[in-house]
Design a protein around this ligand. Structure first.
Ligand code: ZN
Length: 153
């Protein structure tokens, strides 16, 4: 009994204190059958060697109808990328192929699917202004948020 209680307390501590104290290198984000990510801001630690973002589509619609992906770019580039990506097609994840403005991107997924992308922060400016978004046609204007690199020392 005591053990159970202690374990729950530890879980609570982890839930409430870990994200603030250390940085997240592994990010989970979800989106359903509406145009919304469940996060508006993602913070990662500047010290992370690798960032892994796992996107889960919690809806039921197929990717052709309500596909989502997770794309990272500089804030100055995301609207242009979103616009250019519309004509790139689903197999290209609605992104211009080989476009260097794309820092990281998952494939486009539908309901019940998950996708993952790992990347390094090398070359990114900790003071820089970055935006994550979904490049499915018509989604980027709403499905987007801030990506911040936080130096926790
Ligand atoms: Zn989307």
């Amino acid at each position: 009994m005591n053990r159970c209680i202690r374990r729950s307390a530890a879980a609570l501590l982890a839930t409430f204190f870990l994200p603030a104290a250390f940085a997240a290198c592994d990010i989970e984000i979800a989106a359903g059958d509406n145009l919304a990510f469940d996060k508006n801001v993602i913070e990662v630690d500047a010290g992370c060697e690798t960032i892994t973002v796992t996107l889960t589509h919690t809806g039921t619609l197929p990717r052709e109808a309500m596909g989502h992906n997770w794309v990272l770019s500089r804030t100055a580039d995301y609207a242009d990328l979103g616009t250019a990506g519309m004509s790139a097609g689903i197999e290209a994840s609605y992104l211009p192929p080989g476009d260097e403005r794309v820092i990281a991107a998952t494939e486009v997924i539908g309901g019940g699917e998950t996708a993952e992308v790992s990347f390094s922060l090398e070359g990114l400016d900790p003071e820089g202004d970055y935006t994550f978004f979904c490049s499915f046609p018509g989604h980027f204007a709403i499905m987007q948020g801030q990506f911040r690199i936080v130096d926790n020392g």
